[in-house]
Design a protein. Structure first.
Length: 244
C-alpha cells in the first residue's frame, strides 16, 4: 500500500501541535484503540471498535480497502518469504535485516531501517512480526520519530500524520468503527486513523507526544506509528491458557 496524497478533498480534521496542546494531548500515557506494549516491534491488540467519528461520505465512492500486509510482504508469509519481500521493496541486502524475538509474546520480528519511506517524516523503522504459533506474518509496524529519530521535527511529523490520514480516508475503509484524530486515555496519544476492511483487518495510525518531564529536562521526541494488523482481536502471540 504506497503512501501518497489522496485524490479526494482533505477532511477538515487537521492536527497541529497547537491544537494538540489545547486538547490536552501533551500529557500522560495512552491505552485504547490498541494496547501499546512495545511499539516496534511488539504486537499490539485492538479492542472492539469505538463509535465512528469519520466524516459522512468520506470514502463513499472509493473501492473497498483490502489490508493484506505492507507492500510486497503479505500476511501469512514465512520469515524467508518476508525477507525476500523486504529485499525487493527496499533494495537492501539480507544482512541489513535484523531479527529480534519478543520473550513475552514469543514472536519474531524482521526489522529494517528505511531512510525516506514517507516524505518529510524522516527515517523509519519497519518491523514485520511473525506469529508465535504459525511463524508467519500477522502484523507490520512502522515507526517514525521517537527513538528512531530523536531529532525529528515535530511539525513535520504532525504534517506526515495528517497526510497519511488523508490518504487512508480515501481508500474505502469501512465507515463503521472508523476513528479520526481521537485522543486516547489521558490524551498523550492520538489515534490519527483507525479503519478496517471487510475481513476485519486493520490499519492503525497513532501519534504520541510525550509530556515534558520538567523545566530542566528536555521533552522526549514525538513518535508516529503505522500498523497493519491481520487479526486485531486475535493476535498470534503466546498466552497462558485459562485455568493455569
Amino acid at each position: 500500500m504506497p503512501f501518497h496524497r489522496p485524490a479526494c478533498g482533505r477532511p477538515a480534521l487537521g492536527l497541529s501541535l497547537a491544537a494538540l496542546a489545547l486538547a490536552g494531548i501533551l500529557t500522560g500515557a495512552a491505552q485504547a484503540a490498541t494496547t501499546d506494549r512495545n511499539p516496534a516491534p511488539a504486537a499490539q491488540t485492538a479492542p472492539a471498535a469505538a463509535p465512528s467519528t469519520a466524516p459522512a461520505g468520506a470514502a463513499e465512492t472509493a473501492p473497498a480497502a483490502k489490508v493484506t500486509g505492507f507492500r510486497s510482504a503479505r500476511f501469512g508469509m514465512t520469515g524467508d518469504e518476508v525477507a525476500k519481500a523486504i529485499t525487493k521493496d527496499f533494495k537492501i541486502e539480507g544482512k541489513d535485516i535484523r531479527r529480534e524475538t519478543n520473550a513475552t509474546e514469543r514472536t519474531t520480528s524482521l526489522i529494517v531501517k528505511v531512510d525516506d519511506l514517507q516524505t518529510g517524516a524522516g527515517p523509519a523503522v519497519v518491523a514485520y512480526i511473525l506469529g508465535h504459533s504459525t511463524q508467519k506474518l500477522f502484523q507490520v509496524n512502522i515507526m517514525w520519530g521517537g527513538a528512531v529519530n530523536p531529532k525529528v521535527d515535530p511539525n513535520a511529523l504532525v504534517g506526515a500524520a495528517n497526510a497519511l490520514r488523508n490518504y487512508f480516508v480515501a481508500q474505502g475503509y469501512r465507515q463503521e468503527g472508523m476513528l479520526l484524530n481521537a485522543p486516547v486515555g489521558d490524551g498523550s496519544q492520538v489515534v490519527v486513523f483507525r479503519g478496517t476492511d471487510s475481513q476485519g483487518r486493520m490499519s492503525l495510525l497513532t501519534l504520541a507526544v510525550p509530556p515534558k518531564p520538567s523545566d530542566e529536562t528536555p521533552a522526549l521526541p514525538p513518535s508516529l506509528q503505522l500498523s497493519y494488523i491481520e487479526k486485531p482481536n486475535e493476535p498470534d502471540v503466546f498466552k497462558i491458557e485459562k485455568g493455569f
